[in-house]
Design a protein around this ligand. Structure first.
Ligand code: NI
Ligand code: MN
Length: 236
């Protein structure tokens, strides 16, 4: 991984050592926390979707059409996207528990405890991803409630970095998210899905303090600034 950026809400873009750009949950045009320069990236190779809600998938079809990116999502959401114009040969459908090898990285789809729809239609289960890239394992949890699966994913995948929603209201808040970090035992934890709108009241600073208490400092919390590269904060 040569760069990693948070683009506001649950949107992240990472660049692999092979120079490929992986965009997770693109919510850019309508996202008040996305920096102007990231509203419409030109170079995207892969788009990973945790679920179909607008604040995770809104920019998918226009971006995929513009960049030719492959779009990786659960079967039902993939079907709806294709129906709405995502080119057939760019859609990569999968389901939970499976790992797909995308050449430059691998993605394992995990469980998430939430709901999912696309333009008002049921869009299959919500999910998360374990991303295996350049010797690192990143866990992007998607939108989720706290769930016992975190314990299992910690043991099974030993994530280096856990990216978790903390905003409350639509997902777990900072308190439960800090418990989730303790269950996952990653080296680094990154909060997401907060501050985008007034109801997302979870605090990244409170999350950081709670994680420090629960993990005894074993997990370091990184609070990225929207748009800035935080790769160097992760060490080697
Ligand atoms: Ni959602
Ligand atoms: Mn959401």
């Amino acid at each position: 991984m040569i760069s990693a950026r948070w683009l506001g809400h649950s949107t992240f873009i990472i660049t692999t050592k092979t120079g490929k750009n992986i965009l997770i949950d693109p919510f850019l045009q309508g996202n008040p926390t996305t920096p102007e320069s990231w509203k419409s990236p030109e170079d995207v190779d892969f788009i990973l979707l945790t679920h179909g809600h607008d604040d995770h998938a809104a920019d998918t079809i226009p971006l995929a059409k513009k960049t030719g990116a492959k779009v990786i999502s659960i079967v039902e959401l993939s079907g709806l996207l294709k129906h709405d114009g995502l080119p057939e040969d760019q859609a990569v459908e999968m389901n939970k528990g499976g790992t797909v090898d995308l050449g430059d990285f691998k993605a394992t789809m995990t469980n998430a405890n939430h709901s999912s729809s696309w333009k008002g239609q049921y869009a299959g289960d919500p999910a998360g991803f374990i991303i295996h890239v350049d010797g690192l394992r990143l866990y992007h949890a998607g939108d989720t409630n706290i769930m016992p699966d975190f314990e299992l994913y910690g043991k099974l995948y030993k994530p280096d970095i856990a990216i978790l929603p903390i905003g409350d209201h639509y997902t777990m808040g900072h308190q439960d998210a800090a418990h989730a970090v303790n269950m996952l035992s990653p080296k680094f934890a990154i909060p997401m899905h907060y501050g985008t709108m007034p109801v997302l009241t979870g605090s990244p600073e409170t999350f950081r303090d709670l994680v420090a208490g629960y993990t005894g400092g074993k997990t370091k919390v990184i609070i990225p600034e929207a748009g800035s590269d935080f790769r160097n904060l992760l060490g080697d």
